[in-house]
Design a protein around this ligand. Sequence first.
Ligand code: HEC
Length: 192
Amino acid sequence: MLKNYLVLILIMGFTPLAVNSTSLGENDKSVLEQEAQKRIKEFSSSLKSQLKSAINKGGLSAGVKVCSEQAPQIAEQLSTDGWIVGRTSLRTRNTSNTADQWELKTLADFEKLKQQGIEVNTLTKSSYDEQSFRYMKAIPTGGLCLACHGSTVAPDVKTVIKQYYPLDEAVGFNAGDIRGAFTLVKALQAAN
Ligand code: HEC
């Protein structure tokens, strides 16, 4: 019921008199979580395939360039219908991915849970208030990632990374580490 109400509000562009945060029912929450997961899947698979084909064609340095252009572009393309899609980390390469308070806390919680033996792949968190629904999903560091985020990044690749990201902090990761997280926000009220 509330879902229909919210959809109606979004369609008609009304600001409701009151949408109580506690009234976001489990159903609506799970619908939002599923939508978040769908957008994350698209982000992840399209970035990975772009990255792989760039590396195959032009090597790792080309990969850096493609990642610097494609990652923000794919994020923007998936930021529709009130959603904002992005990535963040405790150690960022692109400073515009720097975590806010809630993201910092969530990333720290993910680290604790990982230490307790929880699979990085399964770490997610959702939260909401009157204005917005937020969702994060941890990103594990895989073998493919180490060439650009590991401890032994080749000197020529390092040079290109420094050129694009003079403030890069996203190196020194090991396989299995939490590299960062997808982070999504969805506005729950229609914009004024
Ligand atoms: C060819 C080099 C390269 C490889 C390989 C690579 N990355 Fe990145 N990564 C980058 C660049 C460049 C950025 C900055 C993109 C931007 O400007 O948003 C980045 C940014 C990120 C970010 C966003 C947070 C931040 O640090 O700004 C995450 C998360 C991330 N990478 C995860 C991964 C994972 C997981 C893998 C392996 C599946 C991977 N990367 C493989 C180059 C690479």
